[in-house]
Design a protein around this ligand. Structure first.
Ligand code: PA5
Length: 452
């Protein structure tokens, strides 16, 4: 099989000794095995490992039919969710879309608007204001069905849909993606007669983009979800437990980033020269941050888009504290060609670029920056993908998921829980005097100097 994701670790050579990676090879092989035999930490959340090969044609067809219904009914579909119930769809949508299409009115699919990923009041007001003259529908996504941010947004969106269309029609404009049986959202959906899609019990939020969590909104947006899943399937095969370490890009990436971490490189910068990957990097940050950042350990995931951020973060990367390594996602082919024209007078002194494509200039910036950063003490991992299309993005998603599972085990943590996320919720509920939080309310008010 032609590699979809080519991993180049040659620019880490000067930073690691031969034995650093060799030492991790055996551990990475063992960690890959744990994902397959289910004997590692968090083993009740391993449904994503074989997910691409288990998505059925019937499921894709059902998602397609529902997407078609929403597309027929709505000019704007509001997708409500947070964290793993938001970032995957947002990432793929941005990677696949022409950012100017809606503005240039070239779009023949509904606008996809996201809500429930913030509690910001102005965002909510402005979103509802933006859709006041558009027909609307909603997809509400929450595995637990109890997360505050999407629950608040859904109440507001649901009321608006019911006000406009009545309860019966609202039921055909609202689709829920949630747990098979648990949670308030499941109960509400059953009561109101919303169509529901299930998030499998054994797939955690940040590993759920290839379930209806990601696939349904993406299908509404006109993304080829079959190709997305097919790309992920190819990567599932390419990173399987039987693939030797030397040929398994996910195991090698996991090993090399942990070797760097153990040498003191504590921050990984995901860099790309493709602005459409900005939200892909956000998805990646959640995947790695929530999976690895625990027990006082973990590589801090950060991201930059070049060359834009070379004019903001470039100085630090080149000469700041030396605890960074960089992982560059390099896209080999652009979709379109834009050439720089020659000018007779060359007043702007740019004729040295005349005849070149903008992409060639971007490529030289990439090669030059990698060398400069390596010279400045930043080890570099390069991941090359052929182009931005559904198949490639599907493969890249699964590549990072697999590497994340392996990497979490190399780190010695449970990569599939997120106990730390509860701390802010406890305080927020105490401050909002949620029933059941009376003792916490009392304690937090004392701490803030208020009495109760
Ligand atoms: O990865 C995770 O599990 C989290 O980021 C969740 O996706 C996020 O907290 C949203 O949870 P839920 O889908 O239950 O509303």
């Amino acid at each position: 099989m032609k590699e979809i994701v080519k991993l180049d670790i040659s620019k880490t050579d000067g930073f690691l000794g031969d034995t650093d990676v060799v030492a991790l090879e055996q551990e990475a092989v063992r960690s890959t095995g744990l994902l397959y035999d289910g004997t590692g930490k968090g083993n009740d959340f391993l449904g994503w490992v074989r997910l691409p090969s288990s998505v059925s044609a019937e499921e894709l067809a059902r998602i397609g039919r529902t997407a078609e219904r929403l597309r027929a009914k709505a000019d704007a579909v509001i997708v409500i969710g947070i964290g793993g119930s938001y970032l995957g769809a947002k990432a793929v949508l941005e990677a696949m879309s022409n950012p100017f299409a809606a503005w240039a009115k070239k779009q023949n699919t509904p606008r996809i608007l996201f809500a429930g990923h913030t509690l910001n009041e102005d965002y909510m007001y402005e979103l509802m204001d933006a859709v006041k003259d558009l027909s609307i529908a909603a997809i509400v996504i929450s595995k637990s069905g109890t997360t505050t941010e999407p629950a608040v947004a859904f109440r507001i969106v649901r009321e608006e849909i019911e006000r406009r269309y009545g309860k019966e029609e609202a039921a055909s404009r609202i689709v829920a993606v949630t747990d098979r049986e648990k949670g308030v959202l499941k109960g509400l959906s059953d009561e109101e007669g919303y169509e529901t899609f299930v998030i499998p019990d054994d797939v955690g939020g940040r590993f759920s983009v290839l379930t209806p969590v990601g696939l349904l909104p993406l299908a509404v947006a006109g993304i080829d979800i079959a190709a997305l899943v097919e790309g992920a399937r190819a990567m599932e095969r390419a990173t399987g437990v039987d693939v030797p370490f030397a040929e398994n890009p996910a195991a090698r990436y996991a090993a090399i980033r942990n070797a760097l971490y153990r040498k003191g490189y504590k921050v990984e910068l995901l860099a790309s020269y493709e602005p459409k990957l900005q939200y892909f990097a956000e998805w990646w940050k959640q995947l790695y941050g929530e999976s690895e950042g625990k027990e006082g350990k973990g590589i801090f995931p950060a991201s930059v888009i070049f060359t834009t951020d070379l004019h903001s973060m470039g100085q630090y990367i080149q000469q700041g504290e030396r605890m960074l390594f960089e992982t560059v996602i390099s896209v080999a082919e652009s979709k379109h060609k834009v050439r720089i024209a020659p000018e007779e007078k060359d007043v702007d002194r740019l004729n040295f670029l005349a005849g070149k494509r903008v992409g060639e200039v971007n490529r030289m910036a990439e090669i030059g920056t990698i060398l400069a950063h390596v010279d400045g003490g930043v080890p570099n991992i390069r991941l090359e993908i052929p182009r931005l299309d559904e198949r490639t993005i599907g493969a890249l998603i699964y590549f990072f998921e697999k590497a994340c599972g392996i990497s979490g085990y190399l780190l010695g943590v449970n990569p599939f829980d997120q106990p730390g996320v509860e701390a802010y919720k406890k305080n927020m509920f105490a401050l909002l005097e949620k029933p059941g939080y009376e003792a916490e309310t009392c304690a937090i008010k004392k701490r803030l100097g208020e009495t109760k």
